[in-house]
Design a protein around this ligand. Sequence first.
Ligand SMILES: [Zn+2]
Ligand SMILES: [Zn+2]
Length: 465
Amino acid sequence: MMRLHLLGATGEVTGSSSLLEVGKKKVLVDFGLFQGAKFALEKNRRLPPVDVRKIDAVVLTHAHLDHSGRLPMLARLGYKGPIYASPATIDLTRLLLGDSARIQQSDAERAAKRLVRQGRIPPEPLYDEEDVATIMSQFVPMPMNKTTQVTQGVSVLPHDAGHILGSTSLKFHLEEAGQTRIVVFSGDIGVRDTPLLCDPEPFHEAHWVVMESTYGDRDHRSIAATIEEFLQILVTAEAEKRRVLIPAFAVGRTQQLLYYIGVLTEQGRLPESLPVYLDSPMARAATQLHLDHPELLDDETKRKDFCARLDRLKKRVRIVESRADSMSLNDDWSPCVIIAGSGMCNGGRIVHHLKHSVWRHNTDVLMVGYQSNGTLGSQLVKGLKKVRILGQMIEVRAKIHTLGGFSAHAGQTELLDWLKPLAARKPMVLLNHGEDRSREALAEKIRNDFGLNVTLPEPETSFDL
Ligand SMILES: [Zn+2]
Ligand SMILES: [Zn+2]
């Protein structure tokens, strides 16, 4: 018996997780946090439909928390087995989970105060830093482009997904009682021709494909047009004394933004008089990791170029370390650019910057990544006139810009290009990691262009492979 259970990211972009059952063996692929949307808290506490201690192996596509963010819960539940991931993914995951544990703890403390006042029993945090240390000790490096056997009857081949440093698409080879099945998980698919990462590398055979569909309904603006738009906003900010806030994922997007700020400054097009603050110790650490894993940056020339540019950037970009320094950026409100996390404004230092500036006319907020439903970021993108920030209703007078071209996710055409080499073998396609509007549009295209059988699974559905 070979089965596939989809445990998360069905009809939404967070909570990625699937379980493969091959005879008596069980392999979990990703175990991500549900973020932003309604019931995220309850969903995060739901456990896989099997005894976690009986799982034989875990394989992780990439470090982003919507894929890795619940892994430390496995440590709490007594999982002692291996977690396979690419070497760069292991480094980035350590960074992101450590931060996540600190957020879980402070969120739980805040909730506890409120609930105790109401006479209710406060929930435990999902995990703490000790659980993170335990789970990190179980990671096993999985080399790119080489087959690794993860348990009896299950081996995996990772390809570069071009989405963030170390990100992979996974091809599983399953074998049971003389039967074989190939199941491909796209992971998150990146865009082509970015300055830092390799292009996504597709696969050529599969019986089943579990594929992301974040931007299944649209193509992004070209990167060249996006850079011009970005520059225009910054130049105007300098001339008109505006402040620019950029909520950015610490891993991936921030490095890309720094790179373009470096290029535009060198070209003399971005005035040096406009201060740029990187207000995210995690983003700084993640930037360093990009330098520690040069094997994953695109080609030799680009790599040298990137490293040299980052070096020069140290003069251009002011790094904000402490919380106090971050707060003090709002003491005297002057024009500048602030890059801070989280990318969807549902936590992190960007939240207090928004609180201090979003009610001012002379503020620009630049959305450079996906804004999941229910997050503060999505409310701003939707144009709400008032939003709740840190418990206060605040009027939105800032200009909100969306720069889709900086996305780390492939648009519709590139998603179809990724699937194309697989299409000839007529696999079954399951679309996940996308809201319904996106995955319906992508399904329609896949049926029309390739004549494939496409399913949009409901939460917690299972398939006989
Ligand atoms: Zn991702
Ligand atoms: Zn994702």
